[in-house]
Design a binder for this molecule. Structure first.
Ligand code: PLP
Length: 465
């Protein structure tokens, strides 16, 4: 063994203790460090011939890189849809590396069953039936990718084409109907060989981001019996609007389609009694995408993917000729996921669910929604700012009252960032440049609202000059 490696092994206790101390200090200062910062100029240094040992690596990281990291795990990083890491999920994430399991095949470890238990608990959390079977993937993009791969295979089944063997070309053109698909839907269609142009945008209800059911029915009818894929949104990123999942499902009585629901963060509405109706009918979907590194507040990278057609999933992702026949009742994960080897990313989620249960996670969701509503009210009353949509759930979508063009909106985002207290991101909503403030972090509290609002007001002065 190399002497540095063997010395690290001999001193693992004190070395990990020092790492733990670094972690505790980083977490303790989260509230004070900038929510986000302009990336400092990078100096990319070459590979060392002789390493510095863990101690030296930690010192280099602390000096060269950590100061340039954002406070994205903290309470006022409100850009994109982010979320942080609950204490228990963080511990689970550490132990994932400690045990370094590969829960791919079920012959050497209990790890695959831990993933199965975690998926079953998530199914309960979101009120899904046992018909929905799931696996862990890296994020909502991969979850959408798997769901759309299932839809593609299902189209093959309708047309007697074995897409998993013959390829997507044998299927002919694929039609994907959706009102406000997330960008990752296009990316997934590109990866699947279906192509981004397969998306047919369906009209929304007036002033909404939810699909107009009559327009969807017309679009389905125009396909003249050709089966298609419908991608429904359960939580759009700009205004967190929800398609009427039960009404879409009802169209199956007259039209043939695979129903995929992108519920990346909107699925968490199920945890709040006042908003659970928004995801009524989620269980009716053929495939469902739910992100975990957003509103469950587990570290990157984790999402879950559910489907009612696990048999199709085995066809697509099977990794052994032995599985070309009838799928086993309880297939190994290697036959279900895009990856073969993979980390036990379920462990962080397992820890958080075991530690806080349904009630603990529901409290985060309910609190985040209340905070978004409170900020939305303040923004609505503030001169110089204008809400672009009602605050439906946990995202406030607004813009500048005067000249909300791309340059000014981006200048505003930077002005907010450079004040150091808050981070928000830009968007385009119905052709207008705007801003989004997304509440998903478990640490954000009522005390943060005045600080957030103050930054938004002060940034207004900065762009006025
Ligand atoms: C975030 C998000 C995605 C993509 O998720 P990643 O975890 O970044 O891959 C997909 N759909 C919706 C609605 C999202 O909010």
């Amino acid at each position: 063994m190399h002497p540095t490696l063997s010395s690290d092994l001999a001193n693992i206790d004190s070395l990990l203790e020092r790492t733990r101390r670094h972690a505790v200090e980083a977490l303790a200062s989260l509230d004070d460090r900038p929510a986000a910062l302009a990336p400092p100029p990078a100096s990319i240094e070459p590979l060392p011939e002789r390493g510095a040992g863990l101690d030296g690596a930690l010192a280099q990281f602390a000096e060269r890189w950590a100061p340039g990291f954002s406070g994205s795990a903290g309470p006022r990083y409100l850009g994109f849809v982010t979320g942080g890491s609950t204490p228990a999920s963080l511990a689970g994430d550490w132990l994932t590396g400690v045990y370094d399991q590969n829960p791919t095949a079920g012959i050497d470890s209990a790890a695959p069953d831990l993933e199965r238990e975690t998926v079953a608990r998530l199914r309960e959390l979101f009120g899904l039936s046992e018909a929905q079977q799931g696996v862990f993937v890296t994020g909502a993009t991969m979850s959408n990718f798997v769901g759309l791969a299932l839809g593609r295979e299902w189209l093959g089944e309708r047309k007697s084409v074995r897409v998993f063997e013959q390829g997507v070309a044998a299927l002919g053109p694929v039609h994907v109907l959706s009102a406000v698909p997330h960008s990752s839907i296009y990316k997934s269609l590109s990866m699947l060989g279906i192509g981004r142009n397969a998306v047919r945008k369906v009209a929304t209800l007036p002033g909404r981001e939810a699909v107009d059911i009559a327009a969807l029915e017309d679009a389905l009818a125009a396909l003249n019996g050709e089966p298609s894929i419908v991608v429904a949104s359960a939580g759009t990123v700009n205004t967190v609007d929800f398609d009427d999942l039960q009404a879409i499902y009802a169209l199956k009585a007259r039209h043939s389609f695979w129903l995929h629901v992108d519920a990346a963060f909107g699925a968490f509405a199920a945890l709040d009694p006042k908003h659970a109706h928004l995801v009524a009918g989620l269980d009716l979907a053929d495939s469902i995408c739910i992100d975990l590194h957003k509103w469950l507040n587990v570290p990157y990278d984790a999402a879950v993917q559910f489907t009612r057609r696990r048999d199709l999933q085995v066809r697509i992702f099977q990794n052994s000729a032995a599985y070309l026949g009838a799928p086993a009742d309880n297939p190994d994960f290697v036959h279900l996921t895009p990856e073969n080897s993979r980390r036990l990313r379920a462990l962080a989620t397992w820890f958080s669910l075991a530690a806080y249960g349904r009630a603990g996670h529901a409290e985060i969701v309910t609190r985040n929604i209340a905070l978004a509503q409170a900020l939305g009210r303040r923004i609505g009353e503030q001169a110089g700012l204008r809400l672009l949509a009602p605050t439906r759930l946990n995202v406030v979508c607004f813009t500048l009252e005067h000249r909300p063009d791309e340059a000014r909106i981006n200048a505003y985002v930077r002005a907010v960032r450079d004040l150091g207290d808050v981070f928000i991101t830009s968007t385009v909503y119905e052709g207008t440049w705007g801003l989004r403030v997304a509440f998903t972090n478990w640490r954000t509290s009522e005390g943060d609202i005045p600080r957030i609002f103050e930054s938004l007001k002060r940034a207004l002065d900065a762009v006025a000059r």
